[in-house]
Design a protein around this ligand. Structure first.
Ligand SMILES: C[S@@+](CC[C@H](N)C(=O)[O-])C[C@H]1O[C@@H](n2cnc3c(N)ncnc32)[C@H](O)[C@@H]1O
Length: 199
């Protein structure tokens, strides 16, 4: 991988973004990594106040944080990812990003994290890999419907515990799995991208 900072144009074109990835990561891109236009809309909504802390739950190769952090340098973007190889790609991408100080990647399961300090959450249906065989990232973890339910319930409780005013963006998520206190502000990208604020 290249080690000198990439030009900002890499962060405005999905094909160009993918061109710096390995063939395997590029192949996973259409299903697993958020498109740039989706990231731009989500980041604009989540970065409403300077100093906001925003977390991507299941950050994969880090695309959301890398791109959002460049657009909103006065906010901090965090990613938590369970797969070590993806986390390491995210760290390398951070290194070659034009701005890296407001990007923070963590390796681990989201259930290990204290969510208290985050003002905004981004969620690209990370647990669905437990339900579908098609297009799986790898076979490094045990998939099961039970695990999906466990994670979905855990996430629900995290959302319930957040303060009023917390912002949430889901991509390919399900309304029925969110606490009712999250009010839908906008639904876009053929209703796949949803923007919420907690009442
Ligand atoms: C659909 S990808 C989204 C990647 C990234 N958020 C994006 O938008 O480009 C979902 C990611 O969530 C991760 N993931 C799934 N369950 C997780 C868990 N329990 N804890 C942490 N990461 C998880 C997967 O490994 C995968 O990289």
């Amino acid at each position: 991988m290249n080690t000198s900072p990439l030009s900002p144009s890499y962060y405005s074109d999905d094909e160009l973004y993918d061109s710096q990835l390995s063939p395997r990561m590029k192949k996973l891109s259409p299903i697993h990594w958020s498109p740039l236009e989706v990231i731009k809309t989500a980041a604009a909504f989540l970065s409403d106040k300077p100093g906001s802390k925003i977390i991507d739950i299941g950050s994969g190769i880090g695309k959301f944080c890398i791109v959002a952090a460049q657009r909103y340098p006065d906010c901090d973007f965090y990613g938590i990812e369970q797969r070590r190889d993806l986390h390491e790609i995210a760290l390398l991408s951070r290194k070659i990003s034009p701005c890296e100080l407001n990007i923070h990647f963590m390796h681990g399961n989201f259930t290990e994290l204290d969510f208290g300090c985050y003002d905004g959450l981004y969620f690209f249906n990370s647990f669905a890999e437990n339900l579908y065989r098609f297009g799986r990232i790898d076979n490094s973890i045990q998939y099961s419907a039970g695990l999906y339910n466990y994670y979905a319930n855990y996430f629900y409780k995290i959302l319930e515990g957040k303060a009023s005013g917390t912002r949430l963006v889901t991509y390919h998520g399900s309304d029925t799995e969110l606490p009712q206190s999250y009010q839908l502000i906008e639904s876009t990208f053929k209703n796949h991208l949803k923007l919420y604020i907690k009442a």
